[in-house]
Design a protein around this ligand. Structure first.
Ligand code: UD1
Ligand code: CA
Length: 458
């Protein structure tokens, strides 16, 4: 990475064809907003303090994403064209010499390596600008690359302004360039809005630099797919599929087994350790971190989850913002949410929901329970059908269960409540008072047997 590179990411446009109230660059593919992908690629060539996102439509929301990624922004209040967009940053950028890479916020498949190749080409060739291009079978809508006999780039002609002969050109402008920053700022004010759209086209810079006797080169990439620009939701889905494919491939090559990878969705920032096995149709999202030797069953959904080595989540479970310690098990059909923690070797079984609850090492709740706002010690047995009544209609209250306690099946623990270590709660109890250590609490009607009752009825 050269500290001499500045990157401008054009992201001020609305993206009309998305048919959305949300700015195009905020739409997500592969687990990131489109503009985040552009930022990640830019970080491959420039340090964060030299990366600028041009914001316009929904400036605040786009700025938030940029700032969260540690990069800077400037605003283009009116969208008067791609050339105008860069010009809006003149006061911040013109003093920065070296190289100026301009890229777009709606091209999520561009790899950091590609921007590196582009910048290196500009540095070594001494051209005033290098354009990233590709040959595509259908160049409709794109700017065409017009080359001279020596292969240098003479001009970029937008589709609408192109002649028949120019439209036949298959080499297209990606909208991504690397300029010599000095030459860029020296000439940028020569761009005129002399086109039917009345816009300041950045592409005009190519002709302008040529006119000043400077050279413009092109770097053609073989994988045109990398340049896929997102204009509508069909292309968004296509980009999402490609990004997910890249992610599963990368994980498989690093030692993760993924069954039926084409059915699995794993977000870009997810980390998974060696020898972990991911079942079909799993969705592993957000900042989830999974250790080694874990198992994720079919159809599980994990979001911002943390699994230590050897943890297993069986089929059809959901884990969000929750943690499983080493060798803990959850599911099938378990739901862990909002800060649930399953301790080392602890087991949570089918139709058990944990919310904001910590369960200690070796504890078990195997069937049909709701455990909310609770602190559960180690080696506790929570019987089938146990419910913590944590909500009184106004406030949430806590349940504490000490180490080694035994909660009989179908118990109702009315919080705030405490069951101390080693205490027993008889099955079917409604517990409203503290159960001291080692004692047995029974909170249910005593069974009555009416002998001969059937006969009397007859
Ligand atoms: C642009 C190029 C075209 C190229 C194509 C590649 C120009 C004139 N044309 O066309 O040669 O083949 O990209 O996809 O540059 N934006 C702003 N402010 C503006 C206008 C646009 O920030 O005033 C941003 C948009 O949000 C978008 C990017 O710039 O991220 C590209 O703009 P867009 O209108 O999509 O350009 P194209 O018509 O696709
Ligand atoms: Ca575009």
């Amino acid at each position: 990475m050269s500290s001499d590179v500045t990157v401008v990411i054009l992201a001020a446009g609305q993206g009309t064809r998305m048919k959305s109230r949300m700015a195009k660059v905020l739409h997500r593919a592969g687990g990131r907003a489109l503009v985040e992908h552009a930022i990640v690629a830019a970080l491959g060539v420039a340090p964060p303090e030299r990366i600028f996102v041009v914001v316009g439509h929904q400036a605040e929301a786009v700025r938030e994403v940029a700032e969260a990624a540690g990069v800077r922004t400037f605003e283009q209040k009116e969208q008067l064209g791609t050339g105008h967009a860069v010009l809006c940053g003149e006061s911040m950028l013109a003093g920065l010499g070296g190289q100026l890479v301009v890229t777009v916020g709606d091209c999520p498949l561009i790899r950091p390596e590609t921007l590196q190749v582009l910048a290196e080409r500009q540095r070594k060739s001494g051209a005033a600008a290098v354009v990233l291009t590709a040959d595509v079978p259908d160049s409709t809508g794109y700017g065409r690359i017009i080359r001279d006999q020596n292969g240098a780039v003479e001009a970029i002609v937008e589709h609408k302004a192109a002649t028949e002969a120019q439209r036949a050109v298959k080499e297209i402008n990606s909208g991504i360039y690397c300029f010599d920053a000095g030459e860029f700022w020296r000439h940028v004010r020569l761009i005129r809005p002399d086109n039917p759209a009345n816009e300041y086209y950045l592409t005009d810079m190519i002709g302008i630099l040529n006119g000043a006797g400077l050279r413009v080169a092109a770097t053609k990439i073989s994988d045109a797919g990398e340049l896929l620009g997102i204009n509508d939701r069909v292309q968004l889905a296509e980009a999402d599929r490609i990004l997910r494919d890249r992610k599963t491939r990368e994980l498989m090559l690093s030692g993760v087994t993924i069954e039926s990878p084409e059915t699995v969705a794993i977000d870009a920032d997810v980390q998974i350790g060696m020898d972990t096995v991911i079942g079909p149709f799993a969705r592993i999202l957000g900042d989830t971190v999974i250790g080694e030797n874990c198992r994720i069953g079919a159809y599980c959904i994990l979001h911002d989850a943390a699994l230590e080595n050897g943890a297993e989540v069986f089929a059809f479970s959901m884990v969000s913002s929750s943690r499983l310690a080493a060798n803990a098990h959850a599911g099938p059909y378990a739901r862990l949410r909002m800060g649930a923690e399953v301790g080392e070797g602890a087991h949570v079984g089918n139709f058990v929901e944990l919310k904001n609850t910590r369960m200690g090492a070796g504890s078990k709740s195997m069937h049909l329970a709701y455990l909310g706002d609770s602190q559960i010690g180690s080696k506790v047995n929570v019987g089938a059908g146990t419910i913590t009544c944590n909500y009184d209609g106004k406030k949430k209250h806590r349940t504490n269960i000490g180490d080694g306690a035994f909660i009989g099946s179908n118990s109702t623990l009315v919080a705030p409540i405490e069951v101390e270590g080693g205490a027993y709660v008889g099955a079917g109890s409604v517990i409203t008072h503290k159960v001291p250590a080692g004692s047995l609490a029974l909170g249910r009607a005593r069974q009555v047997v009416k002998a001969g009752w059937k006969k009397k009825e007859a």
